[in-house]
Design a protein around this ligand. Structure first.
Ligand code: AMP
Ligand code: TRP
Length: 327
């Protein structure tokens, strides 16, 4: 049977990119697979200069997950640093990972450019830690957005190398892309991301949501209201595929015939997003009033994850000669 594993960095509340690219898939997968979802707080340290918000961010993430429909009876949810075996495995896997593989990872090069004064050792090792997350649980199905594909490719290379030196141990992890592997931000150009401030938080108020949607870039060539627009290059139309699937034909017709203006269309999308996330926002509010429940979910998740982690780490140490083999 396949096991699902995914990690999300606790860098703030979920945005529409995270939701459509990953979390919606997390929820669907729990119906058919054993799923383990991890809040990767150690990974967050590679880029966070400010760590005072980390605890708050972790709780926000659990709230978002539960409100989005993750069920602690079906899915194991835990915080990465609560199962410290992952750091030990990270050290062990680093011994079979050539530095040259890590230096050519596109996200490393990008981050090194973004934060030239903080190119730390942890940043280079980021994909090794990510591989450790996955293989510690011997997971083979990894729901992620498109931006994570190079990391998973590297994870497979590390797994192949480990298995060829020490014998078959880990399955090769495969990506599980969602129907929206790359959601663009409100700028309509770059991937939606908190760090680019082009995101729309799913837990935002209806007013905040509308404001952000009104900032969305549409067809850049459509300057006047009477000009026909080109839905195929319009990010608002692209988002309507998810939030207003039944209106696509109408919007397409009205936009290309210049009977629907961009402002009007954005007002419509804002309303649709708000009604789509209304039940989510309601559940999130109810859940936020029960902080002890969040603690329970995370404690139970760490207990379950630790059991698997201990078993895998023991096997790895035996294979690498750090412990006598059990016969
Ligand atoms: P992060 O917040 O970067 O740790 O991302 C959490 C998950 O959301 C990962 O699986 C990402 O691949 C996915 N994700 C983040 N941003 C986007 C986006 N703009 N479009 C699609 N997926 C995304
Ligand atoms: N690198 C992932 C991201 O930035 C987060 C992550 C850490 C992850 N460990 C993982 C994703 C294991 C999938 C599997 O989104």
């Amino acid at each position: 049977m396949s096991r699902v594993f995914a990690g999300v960095r606790p860098t703030g509340k979920l945005h529409i990119g995270n939701y459509l690219g990953a979390i919606k898939n997390f929820v669907a997968l729990q119906e058919q697979h054993e799923c383990i979802y991890c809040i990767v707080d150690i990974h967050a340290l590679t880029t966070l200069e400010e760590t005072s918000k980390l605890q708050e961010n972790i709780r926000d993430m659990v709230l978002d997950w539960l409100a989005a429909g993750l069920d602690p009876k079906k899915s194991t949810m835990f915080v990465q640093s609560h199962v410290p075996q992952v750091t030990e495995l990270h050290t062990l896997l680093s011994m079979v990972t050539p530095l040259s593989w890590l230096l050519r990872v596109p996200t490393f090069k990008e981050k090194a450019k973004q934060q030239p004064r903080n190119v730390n050792y942890g940043l280079v090792g980021y994909p090794v830690l990510m591989t450790s997350d996955i293989v510690l649980y011997k997971a083979d199905k990894i729901p992620v957005g498109e931006d994570q594909l190079p990391h998973l490719e590297l994870a497979r290379e590390i797994v192949r190398r480990f298995n060829s030196i020490f014998g078959p141990t880990f399955p090769e992890p495969q990506p599980e892309l969602s129907e929206a592997p790359l959601v663009l931000g409100i700028d309509g150009q770059q991937k939606m991301s908190k760090s680019l401030n082009n995101h729309i938080e799913i837990a935002a108020t209806p007013e905040e949501t509308k404001k952000r949607v009104m900032m969305m870039v549409t067809d850049p060539q459509r300057i006047y209201r009477h000009q026909p627009g080109r839905p195929e290059v319009c990010n608002v139309y692209r988002m309507e595929h998810f939030f207003a699937p039944r209106d696509l034909e109408r919007v397409h017709f009205e936009c290309t015939h210049a009977t629907l203006g961009c402002v009007q269309n954005k007002e419509f999308l804002g309303e649709q997003i708000n009604s789509y996330f209304a039940p989510f926002r309601q559940r999130r509010q109810e859940m936020a009033a029960r902080p002890e429940y969040i603690d329970e979910v995370l404690a139970e998740g760490a207990r379950r994850a630790s059991k698997i982690a201990e078993e895998t780490l023991r096997e790895v140490k035996e294979k690498m000669g750090l412990m006598p083999r059990r016969s």
